[in-house]
Design a protein around this ligand. Structure first.
Ligand code: MRU
Length: 352
């Protein structure tokens, strides 16, 4: 992704330090943070310094490779036991995105049958790098396939941030949008703000602004209004986990938008790499949905004097519920844009 004219990935590793963009400060401050331990990598995922399914998958892969490299244990069996514990700690950070499981398993499966610790360390570092490269490449291809469904003069609605910041690079839902814009199509993006953490208003709008892609931020509740007025031609969102029957979990509010799209005859696409598809989860009902702190509903976060501040917005007596994701049933999904092409949700089971 291009930031201030320079190309960046969302997460990368150099000399055993993991670097990532501190997303909680955006759009006010662009800051790169270096993480030196698996605990720091786990906290970065849990506290949402980095977020978005493919991005946390890559952070998991790098976090595990870094932990393997940092291990001092010389007994191979004990070494593997320690690594399993660290893998579990990274895995427990966020439950919904399948990419995290995928990224951790990708690195662990490469080392688990190796005999020599020195080899294990080298193989793990190479595997994490390969995982990140493959993940970026998958998103690039999603852009190429997805670009084909974007007609000239389109208004596209997206929800949350499924951009480069949510992946290693390019994005999922934003990859086709980027490519359509680079191909000189006349497009405009409706960005729904995505309460409570506002990933749309803060992150998607920031990414689009970096590349001058025309966009308007709308309140989450305004999507139906614009659809009914025929101002939205197409909806593309990302996903955190896709079940084998094509049901897709994504940021809370996605389900409502899919129903509105169906009602208004608007195509609704999910853009996601195969690393988001969980063959072992049969339907959306089985997808674990993260419920986050009430604080995210009751307080608004603002940056003042370069400091992140929280201000209570609701009565102090009120309690709140805060599911981070919902499930869009396959019947509302026109197609899943993957790195292997656009798939109908009901074709998924056969492919898997
Ligand atoms: O809670 P977040 O910000 O991690 O949620 C992110 C989303 O819901 C994205 O839409 C999803 O991960 C797809 S990212 C390419």
């Amino acid at each position: 992704m291009i930031i201030n004219g320079k190309n960046y990935r969302t997460v990368w590793m150099k000399s055993n330090v993991i670097y990532t963009i501190e997303q909680r400060l955006l759009p006010h401050e662009f800051k790169i943070v270096g993480l030196k331990t698996a605990k720091e990598a786990a906290d970065a995922i849990k506290d949402m310094m980095i977020r978005g399914a493919p991005a946390i998958g890559a952070m998991g892969a790098y976090g595990l490779a870094q932990a393997i490299s940092n291990q001092k244990e010389t007994n191979r069996e004990k070494f593997i036991e320690n690594i399993k514990k660290i893998k579990k700690m990274l895995w427990e950070t966020r439950p919904t995105a399948y990419d995290l499981t995928h990224g951790l398993n990708f690195v662990f499966d490469r080392i688990k049958n190796q005999s020599y610790i020195n080899n294990i360390k080298k193989i793990a570092a190479a595997a994490a790098e390969e995982y990140a490269d493959r993940s970026a490449e998958a998103c690039k291809k999603i852009g190429i396939f997805g670009n084909n469904i974007i007609k000239n003069n389109s208004n596209i609605l997206t929800h949350c941030n499924a951009g480069a910041l949510a992946t290693v690079d390019y994005g999922t839902a934003l990859a086709p949008i980027r490519l359509a814009y680079y191909n000189k199509k006349n497009i405009h993006v409706f960005v729904s703000e995505t309460r409570p953490r506002n990933q749309g208003a803060k992150l998607t709008a920031w990414e689009l602004a970096q590349e001058n892609i025309p966009h308007s931020i709308i309140a989450d509740s305004a999507a139906g209004y614009f659809m009914a007025k025929k101002e939205i031609d197409l909806v593309i969102t990302g996903a955190d986990r896709i079940a084998a029957n094509g049901d897709a979990a994504n940021k809370i509010g996605t389900y409502g938008k899919s129903v509105l799209a169906k009602e208004n005859g608007i195509p609704f696409y999910i853009a996601a790499p195969f690393s988001t598809i969980d063959p072992n989860t049969k339907t959306g009902n089985e997808i674990p949905i993260e419920e986050r702190s009430q604080e995210e509903i009751n307080y608004i976060s603002i940056i003042s004097n370069n400091k992140l501040m929280k201000i209570r917005m609701t009565p102090k007596e009120s309690t709140a519920r805060n599911p981070a994701f919902d499930v869009t049933p396959a019947k509302y999904i026109t197609g899943i844009i993957t790195e292997k092409g656009i798939i109908k949700p009901n074709e998924l089971r056969n492919l898997l």
